[in-house]
Ligand binder design. Sequence first.
Ligand code: ADP
Length: 583
Amino acid sequence: MDGTQPVEELHDLRMRVAELEAMREEWQQAKAGHYDAEERLRTFFAYAPEALVMLDAETGRFIEVNPKAEAIFGRPAEELTRVGPFDLSPEYQPDGRLSREAGQCVIQAALQGEAPVFEWWHTNAQGEQFPCEVRLVRMPWGQRNVLRGSITEISDRKQLRLFELGRAQVLESVARGAPLPDVLQTLARTIEDLLPGMMCSVLLLDAEGQCLLDGAGPSLPEFYRQAVHGLRIGPGVGSCGTSAHTGQRVIVADVLEHPYWADFRELARQAGFRACWSEPIVSLDSHVLGTFAMYFRQPRQPVRVELDIIEIGAQLAAVAIEHDRTKERLRAANESLERRVAERTKELAAANRELERSNDELRQFAYIASHDLQEPIRMVSCFGQLLRSRHSEQLDDEARQWLDFVIEGGHRMQELINDLLDYSRVDGQARPFQAVPLARVLEHVQANLRSSIRDTGAVITHDELPVVVADKPQLIQLLQNLVANAIKFHETGPPRVHLSATRADDCWQVSVRDQGIGIDPRYHERIFDFFKRLHGRDRFPGTGIGLAICRRVVERHGGRIWVESQPGQGSTFHFTLPMREAP
Ligand code: ADP
């Protein structure tokens, strides 16, 4: 035996031990790692925000469920692991498919390696149905066909979508002013999208609140809509007739059983309905406007979320209908207003024409009368004066005084008639407008008023004056009346009159300022009326026609005239003349 052999063996042995130890270490580490992974998996499973289930595809039973699954189905894990998905689903899905058949299709798809994601209605321990989004994935699980299902409740999401989508869409079409049938159609379609297989209808109440009228029902058969249109509401008249009558929600889970549907079973059978839930559409002032209804092809009780949806549907329909009625009322009110305005305008135009005609007649009359009166008045004045100059000594004092009254009266009459003639000439002898330098007009006026300027010592000044487009003789008359008044209605010292002109928008504003007695603001409007005088003739002579002539001239030129004045502080008369192209 070789002496080194035991040493080598020992060395080998040591090596093996070290190897084994390293392996054991490795194994222990691996074991710990495995334990960690399993722990992690369990934690993940337990705290997942969605419900997770492991489904044995062979037995059709769950082999593992997480606490969230227990919570949404309302059953403990021991109970859930004794059942399968179809024990937790209604017999039919809302779209009318048998749950078992539809479910098998997706299970097969998942077993073949697809990862289907789909909407599915489940039932909880209380028998309430609720919509979920389900994802199925095949899991590696030895020889067994195991699927992992993750289930998320989407009731809340659905409602949110309803609020966001439905409300926005419906309200937008209301705001756009879309016709009511279109808005109701959009509403019905939006809500149908939320519960696949469900069919919506909106019925309106007629003006008397007695009969149902078709509003919208995009998925309902035409014959059914026609049969309902015009139906008289009342207790037991189907779901909608009853709901409209009582103003209360009516849930008929199976129309073939329910007494409300006794008269309509055949109709429902032909249309293929089994469940019909109807919600009254109520206005803000609590009037029933119609009904919002949901139809299903299978018998069905609503769940909470569906009741929320039907209620929101009815509220949106109320908004649309009320908006439409307000719009209609507004349109009718507008129409009647427009009609009345048109009638009044016609009446006014006729009255204006009549006024114009009688004004013309009046002016003509004034002209003719004053013209024809001139002659006899002149005779009275002339012969009165002749009598006084030739036969005065044959008369006694009283007769002479009376003769003075006659001459004075004739004189005044002459003045009045001259002024009246001037007034009627504003329209009767109008001349075409022409470019007139206002400074020339003023020179003319000063020449005409020469004697009164001289007698009173009046001083007339002016700023730079523009060229205006006007009827020159009328402009002279206008300015002359204003300057003559400025000189006349003055008491102390020589009168001072100042003329200025400024540009205001599209016209010239001419102002005649004096430092005379001024005018109480109470009379600022009335002094432009005929024969309106504020003083007796003994104090200031005149006829009270001058300013009426001024106003008529300014109006004929398309401008306006007004006064600014306070008693004792002088007056400023302003008038405007629109700017015109000189011909
Ligand atoms: P008349 O000068 O013949 O009295 P008008 O029609 O020209 O008639 O004027 C009407 C009234 O307005 C005058 O009687 C007078 O009381 C008042 N009035 C007009 N212009 C002035 C003025 N510049 N200052 C004070 N009062 C005036």
